[in-house]
Design a protein around this ligand. Structure first.
Ligand code: PMP
Length: 457
């Protein structure tokens, strides 16, 4: 590394999230300097397609003058205010109204925070608070799924079901129970239909609730499509059957829409795609198209009424962040929602998403590809060592990571997730030509990986 270069100063001064720290000390960072459309550019001016919309968030790409203007207008008018103690910045009311106009039923109200992790943490606090208010203080456990990603705080990191996010941190904490990942490709028995597999998973959930004691289980949390755990689309009828179990035991459904929200799956929310009626829902990321940090926890009418009862009992609803619902972030989110409406984001994702899904499904016959999955503008390609037995490569070989490095060299940024799953979640402004170019770059990297593997064999 050149002394005093940005890379050298990065290694000297930064501690990196989700990074192998010793490897990073040797190799240094990829320094990104600017963005335009679906592209970002490194400090040497090399162009990359952002195949994962940054961190699944930059839904409108990397330049949107209207969002810049919305932020600067709000900064001039009212750069900070809060919603504590009955005050409110006007723009936050506008945003809440715009959000409720598209939110799935029966959600009615939103509390704004700064990140998906905080929103999920708050969802759990709300579930606990509600059950205290309803006089059932034992009903507190939260059921999540293995491979789920719900964040990094002590509680949301506990709900997350991925070893790499928990090892060394003494997570998960108590009161969290994990059930199986609904992944037909790996989890189903040979010849088991998606519907039968979904029935079995719902029965497993029922058995788990019975074993824990229904009077101790407060909520179930799920991403409609699991993102960071490997773009896992649930088997047909899964959520219908899961919701029936939850209703029987008076267990709240928390939908984590942090990735799926705002058009990504071809509907406004993943809940719409899968017929989920959430009691609590969390959103972040594409709420502001990634331009500023803002997130929210939405609640249904009955949940809200229980919070009111709790607040009467305790003197107030004792939760809030200094920057939760920051007016500048709220102004940007409000403008983001306007842009989504104007560009008919749902129709667009359905149209361009078809090109992405069909384009990727061509790889299903490739010797290295086990499964291609996804819907709308979120997808994944899973690499396997043996197609017949659906066996993944030994993790230590880093086959997926190797492909991602090659893709980067060919101008495509993406990520390898556990089980060598290569993720695709491009900015939703991408068009058919952009999809074709993204797949062309992926294709080159895939062929290089395949050649390297054959040479090594
Ligand atoms: N939930 C899901 C589904 C996510 O993908 C993420 C972030 N990748 C989070 C929650 C946590 O959000 P944040 O990183 O903003 O805390």
């Amino acid at each position: 590394m050149i002394p005093n270069s940005t890379a050298a100063r990065d290694v000297a001064y930064l501690l990196h999230p989700y990074t192998n720290l010793s490897a990073h000390r040797e190799s240094g960072p990829l320094v990104i300097s600017r963005g335009k459309g679906i592209h970002v550019y490194d400090e040497e001016g090399r162009e990359y397609i952002e195949g994962l919309a940054g961190l699944w968030c930059a839904g409108l790409g990397f330049d949107q003058e209207r969002l810049v203007e919305a932020a600067s207008r709000q900064m001039r008018q009212l750069p900070f205010y809060h919603a504590f103690g009955g005050k409110v910045p006007d723009v936050l009311v506008d945003l809440a109204e715009a959000l409720m106009a598209i939110a799935p039923k029966p959600l009615e109200r939103a509390l704004f925070v700064n990140s998906g992790s905080e929103a999920n943490d708050l969802a759990v606090k709300i579930a606990w608070y509600v059950n205290n208010a309803l006089g059932r203080p034992e009903k507190k456990k939260i059921i999540a799924r293995r491979k789920a990603y719900h964040g990094v705080t002590v509680m949301s990191g506990s709900l997350t079901g991925l070893a790499y996010a928990q090892d060394g941190f003494d997570l998960p904490v108590s009161r969290v129970v994990h059930v199986d990942t609904p992944h037909h490709y790996h989890g189903a028995e040979p010849d088991e239909s998606e519907e039968d597999y979904a029935t079995r998973l719902a029965e497993q959930l029922e058995a788990t609730i019975q074993a824990e004691g229904p009077e101790t289980v407060a909520a179930f949390i799920a991403e409609p499509v699991m993102g960071a755990g490997g773009v896992i689309v649930p088997p047909r009828t899964y959520f219908e059957k899961v919701q029936a179990v939850l209703r029987r035991h008076d267990v709240l459904f928390i939908a984590d829409e942090v990735i799926c929200g705002f058009g990504r799956t071809g509907n406004w929310f993943g809940c719409d795609t899968f017929g989920i009626r959430p009691d609590i829902m969390t959103v972040a990321k594409q709420l502001s198209a990634g331009f500023l940090p803002i997130a929210a926890t939405l609640v249904s009418g009955p949940v809200y009424e229980a919070l009111v009862a709790g607040s009467d009992k305790h003197g107030m609803f004792g939760h809030g962040n200094t920057y939760g619902g920051h007016p500048v972030a709220a102004a940007v989110a409000l403008e983001t929602l306007k842009i989504y409406h104007e560009m008919d984001i749902v129709g667009r994702v359905r149209r361009v998403g078809t090109a992405l899904q069909e384009g990727l499904r061509r790889y299903i016959d490739h010797p290295l590809v086990g499964e291609v999955r996804g819907l709308g503008l979120i997808a994944g390609v899973e690499l396997v060592a043996d197609k017949a037995s659906r066996t993944n490569f030994d993790k230590a070989r880093g086959i997926g990571a190797g492909l991602v490095r090659r893709a980067q060299a060919h101008g495509l940024l993406t990520r390898a997730m556990p089980g060598d799953l290569i993720g695709f979640c491009p900015p939703m402004i991408i068009d058919e030509a952009g999809v074709a170019e993204m797949l062309r770059r992926f294709d080159v990297a895939l062929e290089e990986s395949w050649s390297a593997l054959r040479e090594a064999a």
